[in-house]
Design a protein around this ligand. Structure first.
Ligand code: IPM
Ligand code: MG
Length: 365
């Protein structure tokens, strides 16, 4: 089992170190190799996704990714910004299916900005298409407008586009995921305004006919954003395009109390995957040892389940995280009265020791 470890920038290095620590106490053999990515790679090699890093990622069974980005790179030309590393990995590895579960841990209900009854028991799965849409559509650029409201003015443009196969394959992923859950899919679009998303809606509807056991409904993205805070538990599997998925997954993450808790998986057609926390590099708290490593640790669990075929090890990590939360340990982002505030390392250590206890129990029984 070959894992490419790409910690990246900001808190990336701190949180990935904790996830690696957790993987290392499992009774499994991994070949882990670390490489620079994002701003760190730009500083060292002049490019956010150096050839060697991309090669390592391509050859691995899975990529464990931290986070990239820092405001200090905002003035760089777009192609050299840290974010291009993650976009380049998604594109080059064909990671089109992005799973972003938003689960509210019972112990963290109080950390949410929503009323407890709205989010207690929340378990939704956002499936975001990750290699198409306005993120990757050409042409894009700047020019002098020849028409529009201000002909002759300077303008910028990006292209929103989806092809039928791109929509079909992500729709299949969503319906299949729904079959393993409550058999409901909400497809989010903007079909009332955008041709791209009328097409999206049409194709998802067609694919849905192959899954008569799964209930499909459609929702405009603005309404979905509203319903997510009004009645989030009405959702189960949500499938949407790249940009709407980017926005809605942040919103859904925050419902659960902290984006610091949420893992994600990005898979290609052969189940090779990149696993990363749903949050970013948080340069404001980098190096302080206070970041929450749980999203990354839970991403490592997803990696074991989806790409490495080690579901029982994944279960054990997830149980260990629950045990640690039950014991009252909290990083600053999820801390509330009556709980014990700990730093990144202490949280990682606590998961390691809970995991060791669970492993001992399972091998005995
Ligand atoms: C995410 C991030 C990325 C995205 C950025 C860093 C390019 O926000 O993974 O959600 O927009 O996809
Ligand atoms: Mg995002």
């Amino acid at each position: 089992m070959k894992i490419a470890v790409l910690p990246g920038d900001g808190i990336g290095t701190e949180i990935v170190a904790e996830a690696v620590k957790v993987l290392n106490v499992l009774d499994l053999k991994f070949e882990m190799e670390t490489a620079l990515v994002g701003g760190a790679a730009y500083e060292a090699h002049g490019h956010p996704l150096p050839e060697a890093t991309l090669k390592l990622a391509k050859e691995a069974d899975a990529v464990l990714f931290g986070a990239v980005g820092d405001w200090k790179y905002d003035k760089l030309e777009r192609a050299l910004r840290p974010e291009q590393a993650i976009l380049g990995l998604r594109k080059n590895l064909g990671l089109f299916a992005n799973f972003r579960p938003a689960i509210c841990y019972e112990q963290l209900v109080a950390a949410s900005s929503l009323k407890p009854e709205l989010i207690s028991g929340l378990d939704i799965l956002i499936i975001r298409e990750l290699t198409g849409d306005i993120y990757f559509g050409a042409p894009r650029g700047r020019r002098t407008a020849v028409d529009g409201h201000f002909p002759g003015a300077e303008e910028a443009f990006d292209t929103m586009r989806y092809s039928r196969p791109e929509i079909e394959r992500i729709a299949h992923v969503a319906f299949q995921a729904a079959r393993k859950r409550s058999k409901r899919v909400t497809s989010v679009d903007k079909a009332n305004v955008l041709e791209t998303f009328q097409f999206w809606k049409d194709v998802v509807t067609e694919v849905g006919k192959e899954y008569p056991d799964v209930e499909l409904d459609h929702m405009y993205v603005d309404n979905a954003a509203m319903q997510l805070v009004k009645a989030p538990k009405k959702f189960d599997v949500v499938v949407t395009g790249n940009m709407f998925g980017d926005i809605l997954s942040d919103e859904a993450a925050m419902l659960t109390g902290s984006i610091g808790m949420l893992p994600s998986a990005s898979l290609n057609a052969s189940n090779q995957g990149l696993y990363e926390p749903s949050h970013g590099s948080a340069p404001d708290i980098a190096g302080k040892g206070i970041a929450n490593p749980l999203a990354t640790i839970l991403s490592a669990a997803m990696m074991l389940r989806f790409s490495l075929n080690q579901a029982s090890a994944a279960d054990r990590i997830e149980s260990a995280v629950k045990d640690v939360l039950a014991s009252g340990l909290r990083t600053a982002d999820i801390h509330s009265d009556g709980t014990t505030k700990v730093g990144t390392k202490q949280m990682g250590d606590a998961v390691v020791s809970a995991l060791t206890t669970i492993t001992k129990k399972t091998t005995k029984s």
